[in-house]
Structures are given as structure tokens and as C-alpha cells.
Design a protein around this ligand. Structure first.
Ligand SMILES: [Zn+2]
Length: 601
């Protein structure tokens, strides 16, 4: 029913015009003039609120519309958590870590299914699981302390069912800019008899359409065996008319002298792939590619045995890349790929490597540090790109996979059979795997070092070695971050198992040396678009490090995205227009829907 409405060309054209106008107009007159003019005849225009009570009413209405808009969607949700311990010198550092990855069902309630859960659990575990599923936004302490993955993502809404004046008091606090967006800030307290698990905290409401853009607080009145933790939840205006939940930061712990709280952790939750298709079986069948590739070779002969072998590899490669992308695990081709591609090219050219098919690079959307290759495609995880300190260390990571390709260590030809692509998204890690045997790992390392030494990165290998030393220093604590899900893990049994030669050749690791940056915190380099899973390099200003505690290698930190409005994000009008056309239902709500809070249904 949505489809009928949002593909109307006239509306789309209107959206494009509005975007073009908006991007040309000066920021000072952004207060609704343009948008009102373009809002279209069908959409009733709401008068701007004149009192704070009216602002609250509008925000409540917009929240309901967001809940309805997102109800049919199942974004990918990832939580990476580090339990903390106090280091006298470095402050709180990770002691151990946990990783959760799933798809979230936003239909009736908030629910999720996990990529990582073990199949065929025993009865007791299943009981736990069903209890977890109904547990609201926290963690439980039935038999042992246990994190509930769902809890971390609960705060995409303040209160999915009862966000209204009957259950909450709203108190205006002040105006405040978040990035480029002016917000009205309200403190929210649940009414006395509102019941358990109600939101307590602060919300930021942007002052044009009155969408909630940030929530910060916790839930109150826990039951006997569960607790709620604190969360800071951010939304981004990635499509016209809606602010999409994208990041949630959670933190607990008190390291002041005499503190009683034994729980100390910090966790990042990311959501992405809201535009993904929900993976029903019939959907998968219709999506399998059956149209044959047109034969472009000049001769009309059958493929030679070797050519057939290569064709077969290509087919497997294409299948896997397409399948991972459809599951939201591989970012669509983009600018980050070009950065990786440049490094691969540098290695190839200086080593006179000529392959029958070009090497491509892609980004896995997840945080755990891993690389693998399928056919001639090298895949690097977002988390790994984040923590690498420089281009030399990126070259180190890529050279290992390039070596596998050069040495012909091809894996995955079984995926040329299309039936092997028929599985649910959540079962991806059970159905795909690209782990090499130890002998191939050793051979790839040897070849990689050889290539690096003949490349422009030969002089930059000290930092690459330092990165491996930093990894070694945290390997015992960060087992979840270092657990590869598709390829070989960089560490084996707590020891870095890659490029030992570079690690041994590096200077001593010294956390106190402020100019020695061996590894970066997570999230510093690659930005993942919550709507369409595209990745781009972050353009953040470098901040000077003033103490060893500022280094935070491999650590999670709070989120502070710079908020801006949709039409201000996409600079060239042409790009904005194509983005609008590509991004699902929201295209209906014209760019003008920024001020017209009527959803397309
Ligand atoms: Zn390998």
C-alpha cells in the first residue's frame, strides 16, 4: 500500500525541486518558508506551535508516526560492550568484552533475532532466552550476571507504547544546538502510577518539525531480578521527514574511591540497514539471479578448462558479495572502497602483479576486526579500518589478503551453487566461511611481507608492527572484538598470529609515549549510514592527545554525531535527488515533509 503512493513521479519531482531550493537557500530563512510552499495540496499544513505544551503534543505525534513508519523494518543491530577494570596508570581499561549482532523487528514490540546465537540450545537456555525477550531494556541477575542484547537497543524509542501525557510529565529545560540543529530540550519524568520500566531523562526536539533527535536517561522501577542501565540515544535525519535511530551509547560504573557498584562497562550500539528487505524465504527465491551474463568474448567457443575455472570462481564471488550485501553485512560500493583500492593498486604496481581479473575491495559493516577474501574480492571490517593507525598498517592488512589471491588460495568455489545462498540473514555465519588452513596462512604472511618490502610502504612498517604489538597487549581482554566470523581471526588462542616478522621488527610499545599511536579507538574513521548501510570516511578534526588515557586503543567511546538536516547533508542537488529516489518510502514525503509531519501511508 505504501508503494502506490510514494512512486508518484510528480511527488518525486517535487521532492527534487525542494531539495535543490533548500540547498541553495541561505540557512537563516530555513524556518519553514520553503518547505511550506512545497508541501503540496494533499498534505494538511500544521500551524507552528505557539506554546511549549503544543511542542510536546507535536513531538508525541511525530514519535507515533516514527514508530509506525519503522514498524515494517528489520534493521541490523550491533552492540559491542567492554567490561572495565581500573588501571592505575591508564584509568578504566577493557577487562573483557561481549559482542551481539542481530536483526531487529520493530513491528508490534521491539524484538530481535541474533546472528550469533548457537543453534539447538538446551532447555534451560531456552527458558532464559524467552525471559530475556520479554525483559525490558536492562540486564537480569537470575543465576549469574547476564547482559541482554535487546536491552541495549531498547532506547530507540522513549516508550514504544505509552509515550504520552497520561504517563509522563514534560518540563521544558532550555534551547540548545546539537550540531547544526536547534533543539528544544525537555526533562521527562514518569507519572507516579505509570508502572515499571518507564523512561526517565531528557529529550531533544528539533525546532522545525518537532522530531525527537536525542534521548538521554534510563528506565525506572526495575523488578527484583533485573536492572536498567543508562543510555544516550541519537537519531539522524538520513531521509526526508524522519530522524532515524542510529547510535546508542551505554555506560555504567563508578571508579571513585569507595564506590560500591561492581558493574562497570561501556557499550556502543549501532543500527543500520533500515532499507533492507525483510528476508522471507519466498523473497530470497525471487531474488536469486537467473539471468545469464552475456558472453562478450569474440570467439563463439566454449570456455577452456582454465577459463571455465575462472568463470566459476567469479560466479561464487558474485554470489557471496551479493548475499552479504543483502543481509546488511557488506556496505554498498563506495568511497571507502576507493581508499582501500588505492592501497591495493600501490602494492600490485610496485610488485608487478598482473592478475587475470582485477582485485576489488569491500567493507564488512561490522565491528570485529577481520579480513577475508572471496575470489578476487578483499573484504575488510569497518572496525578494523577504524583502529588502524595509518596507511602503512592498512597496507599490511590488505597485503595478507592480496597474497592469498596471488598465491591462488581460492576459497569459496562451492558458493557458485545458488542453493548455497538460500538461508536466512541471521544464519549467514553458519552458512558462509572463508577460513584458510594454517599452511596457507603462513605462506600468505611470507608473501605479504615480501610485497610490503618492495612497496611504497616499506618505510612505514614500524607503525604496522606497533599495531600488532598493541593488539597483542589487548588480545587477552578483547576476545570478542578479535573473533572473526567469516575469515581467519588475527589472533589464535590469545596470540597475534599474523605477520610476526613485522611485530618483531617494531619498537617497544610504550603507552606513556604520547607521540606513539599504535591503535585508535573504534568509530574514528568509518561512518556507517543507518538507513542504506553505505560507509564513508569520517572527517573529524584531530584532537591533541594530552595523556596516555587519551589513546584508548580499540576502545569504545560515547557518540557525538554532528546533527544536520537531511537537505543540508546532501550537497549537490543531483546526488540528493538520486538518494531520494533510491531510499524507500520516505521519497513520498517530499523534502517538504520536513515540516509536514504526515507519514506516507
Ligand atoms: Zn589469511
Amino acid at each position: 500500500m505504501r508503494n502506490t503512493n510514494w512512486m508518484i513521479p510528480a511527488l518525486l519531482a517535487l521532492a527534487i525541486t525542494a531539495v535543490a531550493q533548500q540547498s541553495a537557500s541561505a540557512p537563516s530563512n530555513s524556518q519553514g518558508q520553503t518547505a511550506q510552499a512545497a508541501s503540496g495540496p494533499a498534505q494538511p499544513t500544521l500551524a507552528p506551535p505557539t506554546t511549549m505544551d503544543q511542542v510536546v503534543d507535536r513531538a508525541i505525534m511525530r514519535e507515533r508516526e516514527l514508530i509506525e513508519f519503522l514498524a515494517p523494518r528489520t534493521p541490523v543491530v550491533e552492540t559491542y560492550l567492554q567490561n572495565l577494570t581500573q588501571d592505575p596508570q591508564l584509568g578504566p581499561i577493557p577487562d573483557n568484552d561481549r559482542y551481539f549482532l542481530g536483526r531487529m523487528d520493530l513491528s508490534d514490540s521491539i524484538d530481535r533475532s541474533d546472528f550469533l546465537s548457537d543453534k539447538g540450545k538446551g532447555g534451560k537456555d531456552n527458558d532464559d532466552e524467552s525471559m530475556e525477550r520479554h525483559l525490558l531494556g536492562g540486564f537480569s541477575k537470575m543465576f549469574k550476571f547476564q547482559y541482554q542484547p535487546l536491552g541495549f537497543s531498547w532506547m530507540i524509542y522513549a516508550d514504544r507504547n505509552d509515550f504520552d501525557r497520561q504517563h509522563y510529565d514534560f518540563r521544558y529545560a532550555r534551547r540548545e544546538f546539537l550540531g547544526d540543529v536547534r533543539c528544544l530540550v525537555f526533562d521527562i519524568t514518569p507519572k507516579k502510577d505509570a508502572g515499571r520500566g518507564r523512561f526517565l531523562g531528557r529529550i531533544w526536539i528539533e525546532d522545525q518539525d518537532f522530531n525527537i533527535v536525542r534521548l538521554n536517561g534510563t528506565y525506572v522501577r526495575p523488578s527484583r531480578n533485573n536492572y536498567y542501565f543508562h543510555m544516550d540515544s541519537w537519531r539522524l535525519n538520513l531521509i526526508p521527514g524522519y530522524w532515524i535511530p542510529a547510535y546508542i551509547y551505554s555506560e555504567e560504573g563508578d571508579f571513585t574511591a569507595g564506590a560500591k557498584n561492581k558493574i562497570a562497562f561501556k557499550a556502543q550500539t549501532r543500527l543500520w540497514g533500515y532499507n533492507l528487505k525483510t528476508g522471507t524465504a519466498s523473497d530470497e527465491l525471487t531474488q536469486i539471479r537467473v539471468d545469464s551474463v552475456k558472453d562478450e568474448t569474440p570467439t563463439a567457443q566454449d570456455a577452456s578448462p582454465l577459463a571455465a575455472e575462472r568463470e566459476w570462481q567469479q560466479q561464487a564471488e558474485d554470489n557471496v558479495v551479493e548475499r552479504l550485501e543483502r543481509a546488511g553485512l557488506l556496505a554498498p560500493e563506495g568511497d571507502v572502497d576507493k581508499v582501500l583500492q588505492t592501497v591495493v593498486n600501490n602494492l600490485e604496481i610496485t610488485n608487478n602483479i598482473e592478475l587475470p581479473r582485477p582485485v576489488r575491495t569491500r567493507v564488512l559493516t561490522t565491528s570485529p576486526l577481520e579480513t577475508f577474501s572471496v575470489g578476487n574480492t578483499i573484504i575488510v571490517s569497518r572496525g578494523l579500518i577504524d583502529v588502524l593507525p595509518d596507511e602503512g598498517s592498512l597496507a599490511m592488512v590488505l597485503s595478507h589478503e592480496l597474497a592469498h589471491i596471488v598465491l591462488g588460495h581460492n576459497l569459496g568455489s562451492q558458493y557458485a551453487f545458488n542453493d548455497r545462498m538460500l538461508f536466512s540473514d541471521e544464519a549467514t555465519f553458519h552458512n558462509l566461511g572463508f577460513k584458510h588452513i594454517p599452511e596457507e596462512e603462513t605462506a600468505a604472511d611470507k608473501k605479504a611481507v615480501e610485497m610490503l618490502k618492495a612497496s611504497p610502504y616499506a618505510q612505514k612498517l614500524e607503525t604496522a608492527g606497533l599495531f600488532l604489538k598493541a593488539l597483542q597487549a589487548r588480545a587477552g581482554q578483547l576476545t570478542a572484538l578479535l573473533q572473526a566470523h567469516l575469515g581467519n581471526s588475527i589472533t589464535v588462542n590469545g596470540t597475534v598470529a599474523r605477520m610476526a616478522e613485522l611485530e618483531n621488527g617494531a619498537p617497544a610499545l610504550d603507552w606513556n609515549k604520547l607521540d606513539q599511536i599504535a591503535a585508535l579507538p573504534l568509530g574514528g574513521r568509518v561512518k556507517l549510514n543507518a538507513w542504506d548501510s553505505k560507509v564513508e570516511m569520517v572527517k573529524a578534526q584531530p584532537v591533541a592527545i594530552t595523556s596516555a588515557r587519551d589513546k584508548m586503543p580499540f576502545e569504545v567511546t560515547p557518540f557525538f554525531p554532528r546533527l544536520s538536516r537531511y537537505n543540508a547533508v546532501s550537497e549537490p542537488a543531483a546526488n540528493a535527488a538520486s538518494a531520494t529516489a533510491a531510499s524507500n518510502p520516505a521519497a513520498a514525503t517530499t523534502a517538504a515533509a520536513n515540516t509536514t509531519p504526515t507519514p506516507s501511508n
